[in-house]
Design a protein around this ligand. Structure first.
Ligand code: PYC
Length: 322
């Protein structure tokens, strides 16, 4: 029997499964090097811990790995039902809140090495209880701001025709590649999930068919559909690479959106932008400029949900996932 400890959290409804230690060695290279080794030699571990029957398409996983960068306390590699992510905003918020729950971090700044660069998380002090019998004393701090790697817009107002309808989108990087669409004409709400999913999937397929990519021919594997809402500055439906929709506003997707807004002159440095997800959760984002690059910061809260041990019986025909 193989035993794999895990801790599950969710950030604005989107789950993160943290695997705090790996049962194999990934060497001493950078986190990007460790990801290459994982892809080459251990991809079945990803499907074992994340895919059905132990997990689901909705889960995002996080392997905690030693960082190579001496300024970082942790390294992390994010993954999903079909592969690996460059960065993950909700996952980093979930990771830091989970480490706080485990007593491994205190409020303050925590530097984390990811395959696409170093991000700086700030774990905020929990609010004080408001009085005897009032408020709930926080067991662990769970509000986190993630200062992301630089984000940028790569292409502007690119036409794509899906089912005889032409829409337009921006191609932007926020730690993953996104296609950001406004003129889709669809209702962005929970009663329309099937249509939103199918339409976004068709957009993604069409991007591939039309040869539209991110920089260096990178595949655009996330699609964002935006709409207005009275509850925030914008609401979005985000389709992830494995066809599950993001329950949270997507930290890397919000970063990409902030970069586009700034490039359009619609967001000032330091201005707070509230991005709502299709389930109603909200991230707050802002940008700063460093060395002429747009650096987004995204803030949200995560809650731990369960901790335990995954068991893999070597006789199980679906032990490595479906
Ligand atoms: O929050 O960056 C994010 C994210 C990426 C995929 C799912 N969530």
């Amino acid at each position: 029997m193989i035993r794999i400890p895990f801790l599950d959290s969710h950030t604005g409804g989107e789950p993160t499964r943290l695997i705090p230690s790996l049962p194999f060695n990934l060497g001493t290279g950078s986190v990007a090097d460790k990801l290459s080794t994982l892809k080459k030699d251990h991809d079945d571990f990803r499907t074992t811990v994340l895919n059905e029957p132990r997990g689901s398409d909705v889960l995002v996983g996080a392997y905690l790995v030693p960082p190579a960068d001496p300024t970082c306390q942790f390294g992390v590699i994010y993954f999903n039902n079909v592969g690996y992510l460059g960065m993950c905003g909700h996952g980093t918020i979930g990771l830091i809140a989970s480490l706080a729950y485990l007593g491994k971090v205190q409020p303050g700044v925590i530097r984390v090495e990811t395959p696409v660069g170093v991000v700086e998380a700030t774990l905020h002090n929990p609010p004080l209880p408001t009085g005897e019998g009032l408020g709930v004393r926080a067991e662990y701090p769970n509000k986190v701001s993630v200062k992301n790697i630089p984000a940028y817009r790569h292409l502007t107002h690119v036409p794509v025709t899906v089912d005889s309808k032409t829409i337009h989108g921006d191609v932007a990087w926020g730690g993953n590649w996104f296609f950001l669409v406004h003129d889709h004409g669809l209702d962005v709400n929970m009663s329309n999930l099937e249509t939103l999913t199918e339409f976004s999937w068709r957009v993604r397929e069409q991007l591939t068919a039309d040869g539209i990519t991110g920089a260096n021919s990178a595949e655009i594997d996330h699609v964002e559909l935006f709409a207005s809402t009275p509850e925030a500055d914008s609401k979005s439906f985000v389709l992830c690479p494995g066809k599950a929709y993001d329950r949270c506003p997507c930290g890397t997707g919000t970063s990409a959106k902030l970069a586009c807004l700034y490039s359009d002159g619609k967001l000032q440095v330091g201005q707070v932008w509230k991005q709502q997800s299709v389930v109603g959760s909200i991230f707050e984002g802002s940008i700063q400029i460093e060395d002429n690059r747009i650096i987004p910061t995204v803030t949200g809260e995560a809650w731990v949900m369960s901790e335990g041990t995954l068991l893999v019986d070597e006789r199980d025909p679906f032990g490595k996932g479906i």
